[in-house]
Design a protein around this ligand. Sequence first.
Ligand code: MRU
Length: 350
Amino acid sequence: MSDIYPIKWNADTKILTLLDQTLLPHEEVYNEYADPEEVAEAIRSLVVRGAPAIGCAAAFGVVLASMRYTGTETGELKALVNSAMETLGATRPTAVNLFRALDRMGSFLDTLTEVPCDRIQSDLEKEALAILDEDLAACRRIGDFGSELVPANSKILTHCNAGALATAGYGTALGVIRSAFRDNKVSMVWVDETRPVLQGARLTAWEMARENIPATLITDNAAGAIMAAGEVDFVVVGADRIASNGDVANKIGTYNVAVLAERHNIPFVVAAPLTTVDPSLPTGESIPIEERSPDEVAGYGDLSWAPEKIHIYNPAFDVTPAELITAIVTEKGIVLTPFGPGLASLLVTE
Ligand code: MRU
């Protein structure tokens, strides 16, 4: 299930194709990229978004940087690639998958000594394809592990879009929903619209409709009342960065949902690949939170509803403390609280 692939690489033409997520759900447009700076701009402007997806796209940005080089000096090629990696790494600060993918490409490049330029290019291409394939496989496994946690006949609430669009395919939180739906456990999905950029209303709703998974779109503000009415059995969200202790950064508003879920005794589950875990951070306190343009809050598209002089604060992510999280589902299994030891042991065998 799911034929949505937001990132495609053409091995013949060496062109990267990204589904333009800023135009969904009304237009399904695929943009082509041969230039790493343009890939960086696509990440910055949310053409491609979602933690694993931006990691995958950045890996291909690195490949494109290497392919632009037509000479034979490996030092020159490596300098070009390193400079592109800096540009790609300066796009979005919160999702650690971006940095994990760039580090992996960079470390791999370092191992390629005394190798001709065309070999470096083709080896980097293989590495980026491996990152893409591994993410897709991880999402499918996350879905299957996560489905085990979903009670029969569940109404599931999700926030933002942690779907096929946010990954190489299948999704993390939506991967759990897809697998649980396949297992006949889902009666309905509550889709938080997810202000300010409406990833829920535009992207999650699109994915659910495309696969005929019964879904109902709600304003973010409605979640509490719907939980209080006993209409939510399970919450599943994705993650942009998970600290060693299990604190989770995810789309702004996730923390609100977690607090509400605790109040109403509803399982609050995070689904993410191990590339989202940042073992260098002991807690979520030090996760960098991206602040985005005030325009995203003042209006949408060409429409603006806020007075021009109002001061606007637009953090794109928040941190949900580990104590509010029931389980973290990874491709290597389900981790329960206390998350620290469980996450550490899965990372050791990664
Ligand atoms: O700003 P975005 O759209 O990139 O934010 C995306 C999210 O917060 C997702 O929930 C997260 O990246 C997980 S995607 C599998």
